[in-house]
Design a protein around this ligand. Structure first.
Ligand SMILES: Cc1cc2nc3c(=O)[nH]c(=O)nc-3n(C[C@H](O)[C@H](O)[C@H](O)COP(=O)(O)OP(=O)(O)OC[C@H]3O[C@@H](n4cnc5c(N)ncnc54)[C@H](O)[C@@H]3O)c2cc1C
Length: 428
């Protein structure tokens, strides 16, 4: 039995925070953005690059939502695969969606390079690992679809995978290339500085309390805007908006002390990968640029909890046991552990689109992935300024869901979302 010291319940990266400037007087802008996560920051950048006067309002500080708590895998793969999108929308639309998400990856990379952002950028390919033979067959289909649509992908059976993973616990993997890891909190904070230097007005500690037509109300002042992008992810229902369409799922992260090169090569004998497995509630890990192990995951019981669960010892045990079953030679010290809530829709696909009654209000939510949030931040500007509409039908918040309306009112959000996800995962 390994001795495990309880880690501090704290988001590791929040220990470093820059200065904050709240909104204190009324302003008028072309575009007001609510939320300073990956989606809001990319939306602000996109509108600003097109010559618009932009103000971003963030209730705490940039990156304080899911974007700053995340494990920073930057890959187009998230909750839904290319195969999932193909089944829903056909091959060509799925390909267009994947291109959009891949562009999200490249936009983040471009910002890191162009602005020399200090965010622990670590180029690493991604392995989606099969826990059993059935999952491996599913991953082979995903690989074939990726290749057919012109995306780079490699397929490893168990013996090929042995070269790359220091465990024989998995049945094989699909490898996505040109992906990378970042400290996404640092990315948000660095991008905030870049955008402010370039003339974007960013007000932190400025919660929007109400959106009344073209006016956003905050504690001390009003913002009037031609267009409003509400990129507040799982918090959008708190504004009385999209209350049936958005909920959250919970995941947990552990971060270890710095690993030695030898310890890292025990996990990844050749080179570092960002990995996650094929369970419905998956476990994931990667080595950060500063050589710490990030280990994350959840469980069915904790996923739909109403609030973030701190100091969840059972989850710490579950995650560390998972890791040590695969790498019994290691004995790591974990420094911090924290929960995070990720905005999610009922069919797991992201939401992006205009309000049905007030088209000057545009929502972005349930991205469940940083590159997707970035991609939809950019898409919002393309939709509003260039009339881009080709993927609107895929992301509209007003689509048909497995459970909604009266049934959802009776069941409540927690059960309705869990049930909808089950229905979708079974392919019904
Ligand atoms: C633990 C964890 C690990 C994850 N790992 C990964 C990963 O490795 N890779 C990946 O791609 N994705 C990952 N994700 C998912 C990813 O982080 C999110 O999908 C993404 O960050 C969502 O970005 P966002 O901008 O839409 O939302 P957020 O980052 O949540 O931003 C929304 C912002 O709006 C602000 N806000 C809310 N209400 C108001 C208001 N009324 N007024 C003003 N501001 C408001 C919030 O404070 C918040 O900062 C992870 C998430 C978590 C929690």
């Amino acid at each position: 039995m390994k001795k495990i010291w309880p880690p501090q319940d704290e988001v590791f990266w929040y220990l470093k925070r820059g200065s904050i400037s709240p909104l204190t007087q009324n302003i008028t802008v072309d575009v007001a953005i609510v939320g300073g996560g990956m989606a809001g920051l990319m939306a602000a950048q996109s509108f600003h690059e097109r010559g618009k006067k932009v103000a971003l309002l963030e209730q705490y500080y940039c990156g304080s939502g899911a974007s700053g708590k995340s494990s920073g895998f930057i890959t187009p793969n998230a909750e839904l695969s290319l195969t999932d999108f193909t089944q829903r929308f056909g091959e060509q639309t799925a390909k267009n969606i994947w291109e959009l998400f891949t562009r999200g990856v490249e936009d983040i990379r471009k910002n890191i390079k162009d602005h020399k952002l200090q965010c622990d950028y670590a180029p690493q390919d991604t392995l989606m690992l099969a826990n059993d033979q059935t999952s491996l067959s599913r991953l082979k289909i995903e690989h074939d679809n990726l290749v057919k649509c012109g995306f780079k992908s490699s397929f490893f059976d168990a013996s090929a995978l042995n070269k790359y993973m220091g465990t024989s616990a998995y049945y094989g993997a699909v490898c996505s290339h040109d992906t990378f890891g970042i400290t996404s909190y640092a990315y948000c904070q660095e991008m905030k500085k870049v955008l402010m230097e370039n003339g974007v007005a960013i007000f932190e500690e400025t919660p929007v309390t109400e959106i009344d037509d073209h006016v956003l109300k905050t504690a001390h002042a009003l913002v009037t805007a031609d267009h409003i992008v509400v990129s507040a992810d799982r918090f959008i229902p708190d504004l009385g908006l999209l209350k049936q369409e958005i909920y959250h799922v919970q995941t947990f992260l552990l971060i270890s002390q710095v690993l030695s090169d030898k310890e890292i090569r025990t996990i990844f004998p050749e080179q570092n990968y960002m990995v996650w497995d094929s369970e419905l509630i998956y476990t994931y890990f990667r080595v950060t640029g500063e050589q710490r192990l990030l280990l994350g995951g959840g469980s069915l019981l904790t996923s739909y909890a109403a609030h973030a669960q701190h100091e969840n010892k059972a989850m710490m045990k579950k995650l560390t046991s998972y890791f040590y079953q695969r790498f019994p030679q290691l004995n790591l010290q974990f420094e911090q552990m924290w929960p995070g809530l990720i905005g999610i829709s009922k069919d797991i696909a992201p939401l992006a689109g205009s309000d049905k009654n007030k088209p000057h209000i545009y929502y972005i939510s349930a991205c469940a992935g940083l590159p997707i949030a970035a991609a939809l931040g950019r898409y919002s500007a393309e939709h509003i300024l260039d009339n881009r509409t080709d993927l609107d039908h895929c992301f509209t918040p007003y689509r048909n869901y497995p459970v909604s309306g009266f049934a959802q009112t009776i069941l409540g959000n927690k059960i309705s979302f869990a049930l909808s996800h089950l229905i979708k995962s079974l392919g019904w």
